[in-house]
Design a protein around this ligand. Structure first.
Ligand code: SF4
Length: 234
């Protein structure tokens, strides 16, 4: 437990049925991110994490212990979890407790991702891909210059590796037209899955101008997903 002291956890969800396809999971939420995505749904974790209450990791270990036999695994989310040196110890602890592990990441730390996979500490990765794979679009959405080459390394690592994964894209009408979404699916050709997610205007704090934007409809998202599934498999 000593190696787990001082872990900056800001959120814990005991049970989720939707964050890991086919699994029931708990979620541990880490603060901070190296991106500033304009539509970010977790802006408090990115911009004002110091004002959020810390959760003692010892409390989480107790709650996880009580969830054994009910949840299949634990998802580490954020923010961007790979920014935290304690991530390795957290994942090792969770595996040691008999849970499967899932990592949510923006793909900005392929070396860390690779090391965690090679150490057998991750069973499933959900990686956000922000736009089609061109520097201008990526920089515009993430407000992080010169990151695309690094993100592409994580994409290749997952497509060519053995760990289970999915890519996810949050679609915002002002950033992702229909053609952009299908272009990304073709760029990720051979990937296991690209999940299309809608954005929520009310949560757009980093770029408040997006609050006025009408999101795609649920029917649009379902249609995009159907077409993306075809393109990615073709
Ligand atoms: S990668 Fe983007 S969307 Fe995800 S937490 Fe960071 S700023 Fe928010």
């Amino acid at each position: 437990m000593e190696t787990l002291s001082g872990i900056p956890v800001k959120g814990f969800v005991e049970t989720s049925f939707v964050d890991w396809p086919g699994k029931i999971c708990s979620i541990i939420v880490f603060p901070r991110c190296n991106f500033r995505c304009r539509y970010c749904h977790n802006a408090e974790l990115v911009l004002r994490y110091d004002s959020l209450e810390d959760i003692d990791f010892r409390e989480i270990t107790k709650r996880l212990s009580a969830l054994k036999g009910w949840v299949d695994g634990v998802c580490i989310s954020g923010g961007e979890p790979t920014l935290h040196p304690s991530l390795t110890n957290v994942l090792a602890f969770i595996k040691n407790e008999g849970f499967l592990t899932k990592l949510d990441t923006n793909g900005s730390n392929p070396e860390i991702l690779k090391a965690l996979i090679e150490e057998g500490l991750i069973d499933y990765v959900a990686m956000d891909v922000k736009s089609c794979l061109d520097e201008t679009s990526y920089c515009n959405i993430t407000q992080t210059p010169n990151i695309l080459a690094t993100v592409k390394k994580s994409i290749r690592l997952l497509i060519e590796g053995n760990v289970k994964y999915e890519f996810r894209v949050t679609v915002v009408p002002s950033f992702h037209c229909t053609e952009d979404i299908y272009k990304l699916a073709m760029e990720l050709n051979g990937a296991a899955r690209l999940r299309v997610q809608n954005f929520h205007p009310s949560e757009a704090i980093i770029d408040p101008g997006l609050k006025q934007l009408k999101p795609y409809t649920d029917e649009d998202i379902a249609f995009f997903q159907q077409r993306v599934d075809q393109l990615i498999a073709s």
